[in-house]
Design a protein around this ligand. Structure first.
Ligand SMILES: [Zn+2]
Length: 145
């Protein structure tokens, strides 16, 4: 699967992976648990997003191929590896340009901290950002092709 800059609709069970995708700069929103499989699939198609899910029911839906990526691992690490086997992810794509809490694009970049106009909070301080960058670097070395 090759997509220039993939965007994602993510089941809430994969929220940790989703937050890392946001940290790397990818547009990633979470699906409402109450929405049916059909509704979520239609939302992904309409918005041009890849649907990341652990729910095997999706693969039975006719329009799933090309849109649904089924992740079967339990751990965050294994899910990241599995995702990268399906779609090319650059974990150093555009780091720290998007709020990890609400997906809003951040206008200003600051080494010390970043403020999100979407959820009105300061997101991370320098030390936290350094640790996050180490994590992204690690995934970049392992999984970015
Ligand atoms: Zn935010």
């Amino acid at each position: 699967m090759t997509i220039e800059e993939p965007r994602f609709l993510i089941d809430i069970s994969l929220h940790r992976l989703g937050r890392w995708l946001r940290a790397a700069g990818y547009d990633s929103i979470f699906a409402e648990q109450s929405d049916s499989e059909y509704y979520r699939l239609r939302q992904a198609i309409n918005q041009g997003r890849l649907l990341l899910t652990r729910n095997p029911k999706f693969t039975e839906l006719r329009s799933a191929p090309g849109t649904v990526i089924l992740l079967e691992s339990d751990s965050l690490e294994d899910c990241a590896e599995e995702l990268c086997a399906h779609v090319s992810i650059d974990w150093e794509h555009n780091p720290f340009t998007r709020c990890t809490a609400c997906n809003t694009e951040l206008a200003e970049s600051n080494e010390q901290h970043q403020y999100c106009p979407g959820c009105k909070q300061i997101l991370w301080d320098g030390g936290h950002q350094t640790r996050m960058r180490d994590h992204l670097d690690n995934w970049h070395r392992k999984y970015t092709r």
